[in-house]
Design a protein around this ligand. Structure first.
Ligand SMILES: Cc1cc2nc3c(=O)[nH]c(=O)nc-3n(C[C@H](O)[C@H](O)[C@H](O)COP(=O)(O)O)c2cc1C
Length: 209
């Protein structure tokens, strides 16, 4: 790591950050994104490879674990992304907070949790409304002759119990993103700023935006 760069600071909203402090701030923002439903970082776009093409979608950030450098979201294990990630775990997540004017581009490798303690813990905390997604008998992303949720009316209208929703657990998976790097960009009228946190090579660097 370049020691001179480490002593340099950037002032964002009147707070001065060294590279080390900035990296910590990224994780504070990610943790906030996971726990606060209205936070700008709550709904990242996540990309992976699918049959040689890029596949991109919005997900709900469910967990950010700074110590493990891991982000998690929930998905149906019957979905194309689950199968694609089994074949190629390369994954990227994009966050933008318009009020702070901060973008994070996260790159990493996916770890797929299914039928284990991580999944059981996440499933137990999932509410009735969210559980509906996992109760369709159909395969997510399959084509249909009609516009449909794939759910019977009583499930659509949440006329089922938590007990009855337990069958959905067999379709429920957690995707973990083991973060390899974070590319931080701050848009500023007096000149943008950019930093790169490379966990694979253990380097924190400033960049030209
Ligand atoms: C606001 C929003 C949040 C979403 N959250 C999730 C999520 O947490 N997990 C998920 O699998 N899909 C989520 N989706 C649906 C995905 O964006 C996507 O349409 C779906 O997962 C199919 O993706 P795939 O065909 O690439 O597997 C969300 C969509 C929106 C609009």
């Amino acid at each position: 790591m370049n020691m001179e760069s480490l002593n340099e600071t950037v002032v964002v909203n009147n707070i001065s950050y060294s590279l080390t402090e900035l990296e910590k701030d990224c994780w504070i923002r990610l943790v906030n994104g996971a726990v606060k439903g209205r936070d700008s970082f709550h709904l990242p776009a996540v990309a992976n490879f699918s049959d040689g093409e890029i596949s991109l979608r919005t997900v709900v950030l469910r967990k950010a674990l700074p110590e493990q450098r891991e982000l998690r979201f929930h998905t149906d294990i019957r979905s194309p992304k689950w199968k694609d990630l089994q074949m190629n775990p390369v994954i990227s997540a994009l966050f933008y907070d318009a009020s702070a004017r901060i973008q994070l581009r996260v790159k990493g490798k996916a770890v797929l949790y299914f039928n284990d303690t991580v999944t059981a813990d996440a499933w137990d905390k999932t509410n009735l409304s969210s559980r509906r997604c996992y109760l369709t008998p159909f395969t997510p992303s399959d084509f249909s002759d009609i516009p449909t949720s794939g759910l019977p009316t009583y499930i659509e209208q949440e006329e089922f119990t938590m007990q009855e929703s337990e069958v959905g657990k067999e379709n429920f998976g957690v995707v973990g993103i083991k973060v390899g790097s974070i590319d931080w960009v701050w848009l500023n009228h007096a000149g943008h700023r950019r930093a790169f946190f490379d966990y694979v090579n253990g380097e924190y660097r400033w960049m030209v935006p």
